[in-house]
Design a protein around this ligand. Structure first.
Ligand code: MRU
Length: 370
């Protein structure tokens, strides 16, 4: 996508210094656009854990580049493979819910093991990291094309009137390498001249909707309105939402969807108001082994300070202020699980399917053997 008119991805290898990976440090958006140099596995792990980069696809891509940095470091270590293993463990421990993390680490480990000596392993690790990133971008672009058909159909049914879409959190290009999952159909529709308008949930506690999704949509010229997290149900009851599209951090082979906390409530409200609730994801976000999302998907709990405090721009500086009484405990569940029965369909790079095992495996037969 473009930032200030310039094509940009969320992560890439430094053009003059291939030992450095560069990322957009998303902690400062929308106030400042800062590119961070990452030169060690340790700093990549911090970048993932502390959410300089975030979103399932980007977490996977960052893990892929992290393993490339690990291979560079391993050349100087006494034992190449055991250094790689410890870097794998470090990166894997950063965030528990998005399955793309382990998926990318496993893909890297398998690929690197085919190299014979250190330089060949490093070359493979670099190529694999770039392949993971390119594939992520390409899959999201395809999700956009498939999802476009849903928006087009609604637009036609409304005789070309604006299609109002609700989204939660940020499943935009900032959550991936490019395009995004939930936003890709929206960008495709907007680019095709279909009138769309997006209601953006602010998404407490970290406000990825307010800070990131609103910024992205604004950069691309997509009309949007920011709403508080609890407004969606009210808008649905008053016929103001035609479609909900969210992303996901892990979707079971049976169609249960883990996504940012609050997604489940949006799905319930959508069901009650007969509004289609779609989830957009690349295949790297499927968990082929899990059958029951509610009991099996690990739900990240983050620092309660994200709830007791809010961050914002004050006198040109980003500041954090307390909003609750000192001493009141807070619990910060970062994700929830929406059962498959509440999901109208899954928009993937291969097409749209129902959120059930049979339909998912029909599109992705290789999932049976994972
Ligand atoms: O905690 P985050 O910001 O990493 O959460 C990720 C999200 O934004 C998700 O909820 C999103 O919808 C899926 S990630 C593509």
């Amino acid at each position: 996508m473009k930032v200030n008119g310039k094509p940009t991805r969320t992560i890439w290898i430094h053009s003059e210094c291939p030992e450095i990976v560069q990322i957009i440090d998303q902690r400062w958006l929308p106030h400042q656009y800062i590119v961070e140099d990452i030169g060690t596995v340790e700093s990549m792990a911090i970048a993932i854990r502390d959410m300089h980069v975030r979103g399932a696809g980007l977490i996977g891509a960052a893990a892929g580049y992290g393993m490339y940095l690990a291979a560079l470091e391993a050349k100087a270590a006494t034992d190449f493979d055991s250094h790689l293993d410890s870097c794998y463990a470090l990166l894997e421990s950063t965030r528990p819910t998005a399955v793309n993390l382990a998926w990318a680490l496993d893909r890297q480990l398998q690929a690197i093991s085919k190299g014979r000596e250190a330089d060949e392993k490093i070359r493979i690790a670099m190529n694999t990291a770039c392949a993971i990133a390119d594939e992520d971008a390409d899959f999201c672009r395809r999700i956009g094309q498939h999802g476009l058909s849903i928006i087009r159909e609604i637009s036609t049914a409304k005789n070309g009137d604006t299609v109002n879409i609700l989204t939660h959190c940020n499943a935009g290009w900032l959550a991936f390498v490019d395009y995004g999952s939930a936003t890709a159909p929206i960008y495709a529709a907007h680019d095709a001249g279909i009138m769309v308008h997006v209601y953006v949930d602010e998404t407490r506690p970290r406000n990825q909707g307010a800070a990131l999704t609103a910024w992205e949509l604004g950069q691309h010229g997509v009309p949007h309105t920011l709403i508080v997290d609890n407004a969606g149900g009210h808008l649905m009851q008053h016929g103001m939402i035609d479609l909900v599209i969210t992303g996901t951090d892990r979707t079971t082979v049976t169609g249960d969807v883990a996504n940012k906390i609050g997604t489940y409530l949006k799905a319930l409200a959508a069901k009650d108001n007969t509004i289609p609730f779609y989830v957009a994801l690349p295949s790297s976000t499927f968990d082929w082994k899990m059958k029951n999302g509610l009991s099996e998907i690990p739900i990240e709990q983050r620092n309660p300070e994200e709830i007791t405090h809010v961050e914002g721009l004050c006198d040109g500086k980003i500041k954090s202020v307390r909003i609750s009484p000192t001493g009141s405990p807070a619990a910060n569940y970062a994700f929830d699980v929406t059962p498959a029965r509440l999901v109208t369909g899954l928009i993937t790079e291969r097409g749209i399917c129902r959120a059930d095992r049979e339909s998912i495996l029909q599109l992705f037969p290789e999932g049976r053997h994972k």
